[in-house]
Design a binder for this molecule. Structure first.
Ligand SMILES: Nc1ncnc2c1ncn2[C@@H]1O[C@H](COP(=O)(O)OP(=O)(O)O)[C@@H](O)[C@H]1O
Ligand SMILES: [Mg+2]
Length: 163
């Protein structure tokens, strides 16, 4: 069984994707099989961090019922496996995040699965956490980041997850 962590933040631009990418690479260098799922379906950009060029199957195709989640796994040159979210507006509008939890249960075995979560406290940010064991709450040392993170921390703990 994979340990599944959601990487979350109250405010955008605090470094979630940077951390998730580097954490994924570090874990795979330690010999842990690791998959990163970009669940930031409206604004995700993980594929740019990994310079993935051809991504015909992404999380958008999975969440719109067009593909199986295994088909969306890309093997990055850093060892870590990546599921990019896709970048089309139509793909986003067709995506149903309610399908994510079930899709994740159909993944092959990994030591770690890291979910790059949408920012904030919305159904988009809470739905991907249904699959997670715990969360990693990313903050920067400023009042906007800290105050929004506090709200999210409480919501996540109410959902039974640790930060
Ligand atoms: N530790 C860091 N120090 C300086 N800049 C950083 C750091 N982590 C991330 N950044 C920069 O901050 C910006 C937002 O980072 P990103 O990981 O995309 O945030 P998020 O995923 O939370 O929106 C990017 O330009 C990134 O290069
Ligand atoms: Mg991001």
């Amino acid at each position: 069984m994979a340990e599944i962590y959601g990487i979350v933040s109250g405010k955008g631009g605090v470094g979630k994707t940077t951390i998730v990418a580097n954490l994924g690479i570090a874990l795979s260098r330690l010999g842990k099989s690791t998959l990163i799922v970009d669940a930031d379906i409206a604004m995700g950009n993980l594929e740019l961090f990994f310079r993935l060029k051809e991504t015909p199957v992404t999380l958008q195709e999975v969440l719109s019922g067009k593909a199986e989640i295994r088909e969306a796994i890309h093997k990055s040159s850093y060892g870590v496996h990546v599921i990019p979210c896709g970048s089309s507006l139509q793909g986003f509008l067709r995506s149903d995040l309610e399908r994510l939890n079930h899709s994740i249960s159909r993944l092959p075995t990994y030591d770690f699965i890291l979910i790059d979560n949408p920012t904030g406290l919305t159904k988009y940010s809470l739905l991907p956490l249904k699959a997670a064991k715990d969360t990693l709450l990313v903050v920067t040392p400023d009042i906007a980041s800290l105050s929004t993170a506090l709200k999210l921390k409480i919501a996540v703990e109410n959902a039974g997850l640790k930060n």
